[in-house]
Design a binder for this molecule. Structure first.
Ligand code: 5GP
Length: 208
């Protein structure tokens, strides 16, 4: 049997696609996982908490972490820095966990380049642009300007869905959750290249 290894599940998609609701819905059914807590320089939204939704830091602190090479990946989204710290991810992978990222399209590419053989990626989107607008307006935590910015980013990001292994159109939350659960369970079965090579060497156990 090949030893259980840690793997990565990247989730991307516009704010308003329902990524957090989907994760909450399946969290008891996908085994031991670690949800990667990102660091950001954006303002805290109403109801958000330090250490729960993000690590909220200043631009200077973030730039210090960039200098120290502390990020697995980072990007500028909506004019703010967002980044994934390397150490907790490394630990969770070492413990054989499913590591879940909620990161943008730039982050997905960076993770694919660094951890491609153990990464499964999913782009989650509302069915249409008008549905996305409706959801963002309903949320009412953001100003008109911010909503406009998010829509512009979403229109750019949707063009890059072919960079993902799967797309989930989140029209019906129950159905979308079932699909995401299947993908998360399958993501666990990915095996890193070095383990495959070891397996092949051991498999050829016949001495002629
Ligand atoms: P929000 O401000 O709505 O929480 O997030 C805005 C965007 O930033 C979302 O597309 C989200 O996936 C992305 N994001 C959050 N954390 C990270 C991160 O650590 N790295 C990258 N590249 N994107 C992130």
């Amino acid at each position: 049997m090949i030893k259980n290894n840690g793997v990565v599940l990247v989730l991307s998609g516009p704010s308003g696609a329902g990524k957090s609701s989907l994760i909450n819905k399946i969290s008891d059914e996908i085994g031991d996982y670690y949800f990667s807590l990102s660091t950001t320089t954006r303002e805290k939204r109403e109801g958000e908490e330090e250490g729960v939704h993000y690590h909220f830091v200043s631009k200077e602190e973030f730039e210090k972490d960039i200098e120290a090479d502390n990020f697995l990946e980072y990007a500028t989204v909506h004019g703010n820095y967002y980044g994934t710290s390397l150490n907790p991810v490394r630990e969770a992978l070492h413990e054989g966990k499913l590591v879940i990222f909620d990161i943008d399209v730039q982050g997905n590419m960076a993770v694919k380049n660094r951890l491609g053989d153990i990464t499964t990626s999913v782009f989650i989107t509302p069915p249409t642009l008008s549905e996305l607008k409706r959801r963002l307006q309903k949320r009412s935590t953001d100003t008109k300007e911010i909503i406009k910015g998010r829509i512009q980013v979403a229109r750019r990001e949707i063009q890059r869905t072919s960079e993902y292994d799967f797309i989930i159109v989140n029209d019906d939350l129950d159905i979308a959750a079932k699909v995401l659960k299947q993908i998360a369970l399958t993501a666990r079965l990915k095996i890193p290249h070095n383990m495959i090579n070891n397996f092949v060497q051991k498999w050829e156990d016949i001495r002629e």
